[in-house]
Design a binder for this molecule. Structure first.
Ligand code: 5AD
Ligand code: SF4
Length: 434
């Protein structure tokens, strides 16, 4: 057996792709190692979403190459979005032996065989069909509680800032039979929580099954299986999905609903295809059917030509929705995207950063306010394992995706436990057994 080490960057989809790669290569004599120094093959599954994500990988490539001294036959591979975006430019550095895009993982055994004979190998073909539907991923998360299942690949939305349609290709949905089968395998293996993954889960459709139906099919597998999903698109999230969430007690009440901006002119320029009003109506619908639903978001500040006033609209939509948590970013121009071709990246970095800090500060307050509302309440949480700060405490999440910690020696990862919230910080609910 040869030893394979993979580092994973970027989104949850990438984590799941790494699991697919381990599965494909396990059948071809590659065993997983977590010790980079003993690896025969070192790979990075990469992200291109922002320039700083790519910069980090360049640093890692240099680091991987330091192991060649001890191991001249070492193979360094770049997988994922950066492989797809940069293609031969990665091989041209002389530091990389294999480049494989997100739809090329079935060819990895072949590429590895060929590279062992001396020539660098590349496959960045994108596919209209590939979903890796028949492959059972080798789970890499250690707690054995929570598993990711990809239900679709690629993306057909062309948000003007986003590189993903270029790196992951056209949207395709995976056969629901294979999704349900994989979920059943997870349940049999003891997993208690499944997260269904797609760039835009609301546009899932395979034959006559849409996302609402798929959610129900997965929820039906076992009442003790929690079902989550990510990511929803505000323009596509349907009443049927919200109603299905409300109807099934084991579908977690949490929706990640990236807003990106609170201003209509910027939303239009971003090609998000919804308005502020539409977004707020979807939030109202979610709250109407599930008052306890966690709502989280992504936002970009300093998009091309964004004025101070337009940025204030992002602040005000955050305030109006009262998000439980958010991921916030400076706009980073990505080569090839519509925005990079049509609009100058004209907001100075110091302005972007000042806006970002302002938004983060606001969200810190909103997160704290949201957590404070839960103090005194009792929640059923799924134990993930010992808390990171204090091993005598356990941690786990509420259905709404809030992290709880509490003192406990009686339970273990995978148990459902009722806890009462005693106090909170902006990031954590401090609880006791209820
Ligand atoms: N610059 C900054 N942030 C971006 N995102 C996507 N593309 C860019 C970009 N070019 C953010 C969006 C998206 C999240 C995954 O990353 O907020 O929802
Ligand atoms: Fe990064 Fe987007 Fe690719 Fe995920 S799909 S790895 S977030 S660029």
């Amino acid at each position: 057996m040869k030893k394979l080490y993979i580092e994973t960057y970027g989104c949850q989809m990438n984590v799941n792709d790494t699991e697919v790669v381990f599965s494909i290569l396990a059948r071809h004599g590659y065993e997983r190692t977590e010790e980079i120094a003993e690896a025969d093959v070192i790979m990075a599954n990469t992200c291109s979403i922002r320039d700083n994500a790519e910069q980090r990988i360049w640093g890692r490539i240099d680091y991987f190459n330091t192991f060649r001294k001890a191991k001249p036959a070492l193979v360094v591979g770049i997988l994922g979005c950066m492989a797809e975006r940069l293609k031969d430019a990665l091989l041209d550095t002389g530091k990389v032996n294999i480049v494989a895009g997100p739809d090329a993982y079935r060819s990895l055994p072949m590429l590895l065989d060929a590279v062992c004979e001396g020539h660098p190998q590349i496959n960045v073909e994108l596919s209209r069909e590939e979903t890796y539907g028949d492959i059972s991923p080798v789970r890499i998360d250690k707690n054995g509680v929570s598993a990711f299942i990809s239900i679709m690949r690629g993306c057909n939305n062309v948000c003007s800032y986003c590189v993903v349609p270029f790196t992951r290709g056209a949207e395709r949905s995976r056969d629901y039979h294979t999704i349900v089968r994989e979920a059943c395998e997870c349940v049999e293996a003891g997993y208690k929580e499944i997260t269904l993954l797609g760039q835009n889960v609301d546009s899932y459709h395979f034959e006559d099954v849409d996302f609402a139906k798929l959610l129900e099919m997965v929820a039906r597998i076992s009442s003790t299986l929690r079902v989550r999903f990510s990511t929803s698109h505000p323009k596509d999230i349907s009443d049927a999905v919200i109603e299905t969430m409300a109807a099934w007690p084991n579908i977690c009440h949490h929706i990640h609903l990236p807003v990106q901006s609170g201003n209509d002119r910027i939303l239009e320029k971003m090609r998000r295809r919804y308005s502020r009003e539409w977004y707020l109506e979807r939030v109202a619908k979610i709250r109407e059917l599930m008052p306890d639903c966690g709502i989280t978001t992504d936002a970009i500040v300093g998009f091309c030509s964004e004025t101070e006033e337009e940025f204030r609209d992002t602040l005000s939509i955050f305030e109006e929705v009262g998000y439980d948590a958010a991921f916030m970013f400076n706009y980073s121009e990505r080569p090839g995207t519509l925005a990079s071709r049509q609009y100058p990246d004209d907001i100075p970095l110091d302005v972007k950063t000042r806006r970002l800090n302002e938004l983060i500060e606001l969200q810190n307050r909103l997160s704290l306010e949201s957590n404070r509302k839960d103090v005194g309440k009792v929640f059923e949480v799924l134990v993930e394992g010992p808390s990171k700060k204090d091993p005598s405490e356990l941690c786990g999440r509420t259905g709404s995706n809030k992290m709880c910690v509490w003192a406990d020696t009686a339970h273990k990862a995978g148990d459902y436990v009722k806890v009462r919230v005693k106090d909170c910080t902006q990031a954590t609910m401090l609880c006791e057994l209820a």
